[in-house]
Design a protein. Structure first.
Length: 374
C-alpha cells in the first residue's frame, strides 16, 4: 500500500510553511532518510527527509506552495502501485482559484455553524476568506481565531504582518506575557577587550567582532553558574545538556537568533569563525533549523549605534539575555584619580522564576571580570 508523506510539524511559529522545490521527481526511487523536498519555514530553509522507501508515485503538492502541517504532500510506494482515491480529490491551487466567489461564499455558509458564525462576527473575521480544516472542510473555532491573527479584521485598516514579522511578534508577545524578568546593569571597562582584539587581528590578519568576546565570556559564566543552562516552563525547569549561546542578528529587516553550540568549549577565534559562518548562511538564506536549535541565552549588541544601554525581552525557551550598548570614552575613578576609559554598559535580563537577584548579580560579576581580565 502506498505510503502518504505528510508535512510534519517543524516547530515553526506560523501556521504554514512553504514547499520550495522537490528534490525527487515522480517515478524516481527514494530511500528512507533521503532528502525529498526543500521546505522554508519562517526562519530557515531545510530539506525534508523521506520516512518511507520506494518510488515517488505522486507529488500531491507542487513546488512554491504554502502547506500546513499534517497535509499529505506525496505518496511513496512500489512501481505501478495504486494511489488512494482521496488524493485525487485534493484541489490544486489553480482549482481553488478557479472557484467563483459566489460558490465559495455559499460553500462557506453551508459549513459554518451559527456559533462559529457569531464568533467570526465578534472577532471581525471575514468567513469568505477562511479555509475550514474540520471534517468535510467545516470551519472550526480554531480556524476563525487563526484567521484573526493572520489577516486584517473586517472594518479595520492596516497592513498584515509579513511571515517573518508575525513570527517575531508572537515570540516577543509570548515572552513578555510569560517570563517575569529581573534586569541588572553594569559598566564594563573595554580596555582589555580592545587590546586583545587588536592583538588577534594583527596576529591572524582578520577582523574580530566584539560579539565574539561577549559570547566567550557569557559561555564561561554559564559554565560557572550551571543554573543558567536551562529554561523554565510553568512549574518545570528544563536543563540543557550543552551550553549553546545565541546571537541576535538583523538582516533585511528580519531578526534571527542562530546558536553557537558548545560555546564554552570554543576559543574566541573559533567563536568568531562560527559567527561568520552563521551570518553568511543568513545572508544566503541557507540557515538551517539545526543552527536555530538549542540556545539557553541570547547576546544582542547594538554597540554600533549611539545607544548607551537597552534591555532585552528574553526569547521564549531561554533563561536570560545580555544587551550591549556602545563603547564610549567616560571619566571613571581609578585609584582615587579621575581618568578616561573606554566604557560600555551592559544589561543582564534573567527569568526570575529559577534565577534570583543574588545569583544574577554573581553571574554578571563573573562576566565583568572575565571581560576585563582578557
Amino acid at each position: 500500500m502506498a505510503t502518504p508523506i505528510k508535512m510534519p510539524d517543524l516547530g515553526t511559529t506560523v501556521e504554514v510553511v512553504t514547499l520550495v522545490a522537490w528534490l525527487k521527481q515522480e517515478g524516481e526511487p527514494v530511500k528512507r532518510g533521503e532528502p525529498l523536498c526543500e521546505v522554508e519555514t519562517d526562519k530557515a530553509t531545510d530539506q525534508l527527509e523521506s520516512v518511507a522507501a520506494g518510488v515517488l508515485l505522486r507529488q500531491v503538492v507542487p513546488g512554491k506552495t504554502e502547506v500546513r502541517s499534517g497535509t499529505v504532500i506525496a505518496y511513496i510506494g512500489s512501481p505501478g502501485e495504486v494511489i488512494p482515491e482521496e488524493s485525487a480529490a485534493t484541489p490544486t491551487p489553480n482549482q481553488e482559484a478557479a472557484a467563483s466567489p459566489v460558490a465559495a461564499k455559499a460553500e462557506t455558509q453551508r459549513k459554518v455553524p451559527p456559533v462559529i458564525r457569531n464568533l467570526a462576527r465578534r472577532e471581525g473575521v471575514n468567513l469568505d476568506a477562511v479555509v475550514g480544516t474540520g471534517p468535510g472542510g467545516q470551519v472550526t473555532r480554531d480556524d476563525v481565531l487563526r484567521a484573526k491573527q493572520t489577516s486584517t479584521p473586517v472594518g479595520k485598516s492596516g497592513v498584515p504582518y509579513s511571515k517573518e514579522q508575525l513570527s517575531v511578534a508572537r515570540q516577543v508577545a509570548r515572552s513578555n506575557r510569560e517570563i517575569p524578568t529581573v534586569d541588572l546593569m553594569a559598566s564594563i571597562n573595554m580596555s582589555a577587550i580592545l587590546r586583545a582584539r587588536q592583538k588577534l587581528q594583527e596576529e591572524l590578519s582578520r577582523k574580530f567582532a566584539f560579539d565574539s568576546f561577549f559570547l566567550f565570556a557569557v559561555a564561561r559564566s554559564i559554565e560557572k553558574f550551571p543554573s543558567f543552562a536551562a529554561h523554565a516552563d510553568d512549574d518545570l525547569l528544563h536543563k540543557h545538556e550543552t551550553i549553546d549561546v545565541c546571537l541576535a542578528v538583523s538582516h533585511e529587516g528580519r531578526l534571527y537568533l542562530p546558536a553557537v553550540h558548545n560555546a564554552n568549549k570554543l576559543t574566541i577565534e573559533e567563536i568568531q569563525a562560527e559567527i561568520e559562518r552563521l551570518v553568511e548562511t543568513i545572508r544566503s538564506r541557507h540557515l538551517g533549523s539545526a543552527d536555530l536549535a538549542g540556545g539557553c541565552f541570547t547576546v544582542s549588541n547594538l554597540g554600533m549605534y549611539p545607544i548607551d544601554s537597552f534591555q532585552m525581552i528574553i526569547p521564549p525557551d531561554q533563561i536570560g539575555a545580555l544587551a550591549i550598548g556602545a563603547t564610549q570614552q567616560r571619566p571613571v575613578v581609578d585609584n582615587g584619580q579621575i581618568v578616561v576609559r573606554p566604557m560600555c554598559t551592559v544589561a543582564l535580563s534573567v527569568d526570575h522564576r529559577p534565577i534570583n537577584g543574588a545569583e544574577a548579580a554573581g553571574f554578571l560579576k563573573h562576566l565583568k571580570e572575565t571581560l576585563e581580565q582578557l
